[in-house]
Write a protein that binds this ligand. Sequence first.
Ligand SMILES: [Zn+2]
Length: 286
Amino acid sequence: MLNPGKIIRNTFAAILLLTLAACATQPTAPAPATRLYVFNCGAIDVLDISVFQPGIGKGEHKTLTDSCYLVVHPKGTLMWDAGLPDALAQKPEGVTFMNTFVLRVTRTLASQLQQIGYAPDKITYLGISHMHGDHIGNAGLFPQATLLMQKEEYAAAFGPEPGKYGFDPAGYPTLRANPVKQLEGDYDVFGDGTVVIKRMVGHTPGHQALFVKLRNTGNILLSGDLAHYTDNWLHKRVPSFNFDKAQSIKSMEEAEQFIKANHAVLWIQHDLEQNAGIKHVPAYYD
Ligand SMILES: [Zn+2]
């Protein structure tokens, strides 16, 4: 006699065995590789480079680039810095700031994100190296992203005297509404050691850099403004407007040790010449 209950149990057991057998014989697919995209987030013509290297090159011009980045990890996405504001693209001649800097944007960050198919309002994390205007210009594109910032930087940016640190809240009107994780040191963003925020203060009270481990490319440290160009990095020069000169030098020395110990390369975010040799979107590093 047919026993429906038994048939169902036996069928279920057979399906379970087949599933287990399939799992045992199929090799586990490797996790997709982490990707790093590099964006051109503007340019800065410095009319007197001695601001960045006190006592040297008074009155000389130098052009800096402004880079920002997207890290795509199997567990989420991290936007690293947000560049100069896209609105500058409407003024091709540039905008002069503090009589020393001419700021320009030739390609908006929004259009570059669209080109590679990432909607800004779907980005998981927004990591800001520091709160100067050339790093948070498009922060408003990422209202849902969890802000990852050192707690001193957050306190300075939203405290009573942001101007004391060179911060202008008019440049980040929406940021206070973002979800935030205030950091007190290094932070392993996805928990597997491949994307790590490094606390490297001095340029500002809570300045940070970003370490990224890529399967094929190797290890990279994104500088934030630890240094603005190679010559200053090599000579450990500190711009006149840094928050803490001694701490800036200490952070550069620590970064140098870290780079050596981790066989990493330093990508200096503002270095025009170095960036000319780095692939930008739609290409990526993995
Ligand atoms: Zn900067």
